[in-house]
Design a protein around this ligand. Structure first.
Ligand code: CA
Length: 737
């Protein structure tokens, strides 16, 4: 950059007080460092517009409440901090604004840190109108925190955080022994944008503290933020300290819940959760003492279990600090739970979590279950919760009698967009009328909107190809969303096609072109994934250990693969797998429909994550109406460990036929999935189905399948003490002759 430093203040100083605030425009890292050294209260250090690459910013100083020292952009939104960059702030009364972190990742464990080092924390410091967008480490297992709040009296407001795909909390209040613990931070008017499921613990959007210091009060306020599809894991906000307030936030289609995980005396009030029926959308989960949940509005939440609209957990007697303290003196009042699937009481009750809630009150709440069903479930003793003045829209066999009046409830949408009963007799029941949902305009940086997501399959240009054309060449010119449309004929794939965008390769109608593969078909090296349609893959001459579609390490999570109307012939049973992904990558979706596979290895080999930490490679694996003949396995999906923080994996296989297949006693092995549906399939002369449960409350249904000369399906439990869980019904098993 050619812009020279301009010391505006120097000109002003000649006519005014010598300590007049200066604006110091800097255009390179050396000028920046010099400016920080001489900055005085009231001064502003201004980064020149443009890209600042590989810039590890250290911003220190001592301002005053009236004259903070500011670090800002020449033009808000036009200063891009890219590459291996981050920001450490140490001192008092500092303000940072206007910066955009994009196209890179922090080389350390934090992107913005409210401390210079372990001795120099920030206090009374503000980060406002700052953007961190997609600034994720490429390997999702590599952990960092985007905003780490240390010290006291700090504020993060009107900022925009979106697209974190690697492990670690988006914004964390760090409370270490020896540091000030009465933090009094304020986190307000921020836009927390889409965060896809991480496929492990560590995908929280906000965390306040950790269990070690959780019995002291942080007194942090989280208010009037938007959480838009912040679906990293089961905890959207994880409160692990006391005295915090979560107030008037708007939570949109976000999987997970606000969780009062550790610490006492927190207040959750006037928040609005709108799930729109999205799976695993939840509300508030209560654990510990003296928690108040009042005046909240929950609508369209489909979550159950720990992701219920409201859940009150069972504790562990004499719990160690990092397990579950008993719920005592909870106040759950004047909430509206509308069109939502579940309210779970004594949630998680088991041999360890045997301490039921005590001295708690559940009063004046309005409950309208989804689909006319009673949302209440009790997983253990609930005599310690007193119910009074609640109203529930009539259901056939209500779980709760005393304190929950059954009556007809007619709802009407008010001017604030929320549903309230028309009957004025119910005015004192449910969420208050004066809730005012925070708007998109009120939050985030007004000058910033994220890029649209990568174009979906089939939304771009269709590029026709004829027999003999080079697919590799065609790919080089294609953009995200484009479709390569292949006429009939044979296309030689001599080296794997490298995919860097989301692309479709499809045979034109009735053409069924053949891709003849020498070593592998495709490698997903970045971007959004691959869809194959209406074509054949001839891999019969591939030799050695190989896979047809590989996902390379560092391929930007999250990607999708879809195969529809594809037939694949391999070189022989057990040889050449279908889809194999490197550890550290994550598919939102792998979907196989109307396809045929013959003479090959494992069609979906998803066992790369071998650490027992709950990592898994695919959120949803779906197989429907497909044929598998003489393959090693249809799918081998693995999630190890006993962590309870994830939604998936989900697995479904329906309407398919498997013949002459299997290896080591299984033709399909699903281990550690949270949801498994295997229905209306035919297995013949094959090894059986093995479903392995490791954690939580897995929902498994194996129904209406036929097994000819194939063993009956097996379910194994690794942790659960008791008979194997799962619904196994309507299967026809014909023993091997
Ligand atoms: Ca967690």
């Amino acid at each position: 950059m050619q812009i020279k430093a301009i010391l505006v203040g120097a000109m002003l100083a000649s006519t005014a007080h010598p300590a007049w605030a200066r604006d110091m425009l800097v255009s390179d890292q050396a000028q920046y460092r010099a400016a920080v050294k001489k900055a005085q209260p009231g001064d502003a250090i201004i980064l020149a517009d443009g890209e600042w690459r590989d810039f590890q910013i250290v911003f220190t100083g001592t301002g005053t409440a009236a004259k903070p020292i500011t670090l800002t952009a020449q033009s808000k939104g036009k200063v891009l901090v890219t590459g291996q960059s981050n920001l450490r702030i140490g001192g008092q009364h500092l303000v940072v604004s206007g910066l955009v972190f994009k196209n890179g990742a922090s080389p350390t464990g934090e992107v913005i840190s409210f401390r210079r080092d372990s001795k120099t924390l920030a206090s009374d410091t503000r980060v406002t109108e700052v953007v961190i967008d997609g600034f994720s480490k490429a390997d999702r297992r590599a952990e960092d925190i985007w905003v780490a709040l240390y010290g006291t009296g700090n504020r993060v407001d009107h900022s925009h955080f979106e697209g974190k795909t690697n492990s670690g909390v988006t914004l964390a209040v760090i409370r270490r022994a020896g540091d000030p613990l009465d933090n009094r931070h304020r986190i307000d008017h921020n836009y927390f944008g889409p965060r896809p499921p991480l496929g492990s613990n560590g995908g929280e959007t906000i965390r306040i503290g950790t269990s070690e210091e959780s019995l002291s009060a942080s007194n942090t306020i989280v208010e009037r933020n938007i959480f838009d599809r912040t679906s990293g894991e089961v905890e959207i906000v994880s409160v692990k300290s006391g005295g915090n307030i979560l107030r008037e936030n708007l939570v949109l289609e976000a999987q997970g819940a606000f969780v009062l995980r550790h610490g006492n005396g927190n207040l959750v009030e006037r928040n609005i959760f709108l799930g729109k029926g999205v799976a695993d959308t939840g509300g508030v989960r209560v654990i510990n003492r003296d928690q108040t949940v009042r005046g909240n509005y929950f609508e369209g939440l489909a979550g159950t279990s720990f992701k219920s609209a409201l859940s009150v957990m069972n504790g562990v007697p004499n719990s160690v600090i990092n397990r579950y303290h008993q719920v005592a003196n909870a106040r759950i009042e004047n909430n509206s739970v509308i069109d939502s699937a579940r309210i779970t009481l004594a949630a998680g009750a088991d041999a360890e979590r045997s301490a039921a809630p005590v001295d708690s009150k559940f009063e004046r709440n309005l409950i309208v279950g989804a689909k006319g069903q009673d949302p209440f479930r009790a997983e253990g003793e609930i005599a310690g919760i007193a119910f009074a003045g609640n109203v529930e829209a009539k259901v056939e066999k209500p779980l709760l009698g005393v304190g929950v009046e059954q009556r007809d409830v007619i709802l009407e949408r008010a001017a604030n967009g929320l549903l309230y009963p028309t009957d004025s007799a119910l005015a004192a029941v449910g969420a208050p009328r004066d809730l005012k949902p925070v708007t998109r305009e009120e939050v985030g940086a007004s000058w910033y909107r994220g890029d649209p997501p990568e174009a979906a399959f089939g939304t771009g240009v269709t590029r026709p190809l004829t027999d003999g054309a080079s697919l590799a060449q065609a790919l080089a010119g294609a953009k995200a969303g484009d479709t390569l449309a292949l006429a009939a004929g044979t296309y030689e794939v001599s080296a794997p096609l490298i995919l860097r965008h989301r692309l479709t390769i499809a045979g034109v109608k009735d053409a069924k072109p053949v891709l003849r593969v020498a070593s592998a078909l495709a490698d997903i090296a970045g971007g959004g994934g691959l869809r194959l349609e209406n074509l054949a893959v001839d891999a019969s001459s591939v030799s050695g250990e190989a896979a047809l579609i590989t996902v390379g390490s560092g391929a930007a999570p999250n990607y999708s693969i879809a195969l529809d109307g594809v037939s694949v012939r391999g070189p022989g049973k057990g040889r050449v797998d279908g889809i194999v992904m490197a550890p550290g990558t994550f598919a939102d979706d792998v979907k196989i429909t109307n396809s045929d596979f013959a003479e090959m290895g494992v069609v979906v080999a998803a066992t790369g994550e071998q650490e027992p930490k709950g990592w898994y490679p695919i959120e949803r694996l779906t197989i429907a109406d497909s044929n598998f003949a003489r393959v090693a396995m249809v799918a081998d999906l693995l999630r190890k460990g006993t962590d309870e923080s994830t939604f998936g994996p989900w697995f479904a296989m329906t309407g398919s036929r498997v013949a002459g297949s299997g290896r080591d006693g299984a033709s399909l092995r699903i281990s550690g999935a949270q949801h498994t549906e295997i229905a209306q399939n035919n297995f013949a002369k094959s090894d059986g189905i093995l479903v392995i449960h490791s954690v939580g409350a897995p929902e498994t249904r194996i129904a209406s399948n036929a097994f000819a000369a194939t063993p009956a399906p097996r379910i194994e439990e690794l942790a659960w003490k008791g008979p194997p869980r799962g619904q196994v019904t309507g299967n026809v098993v014909e023993a091997r002759p």
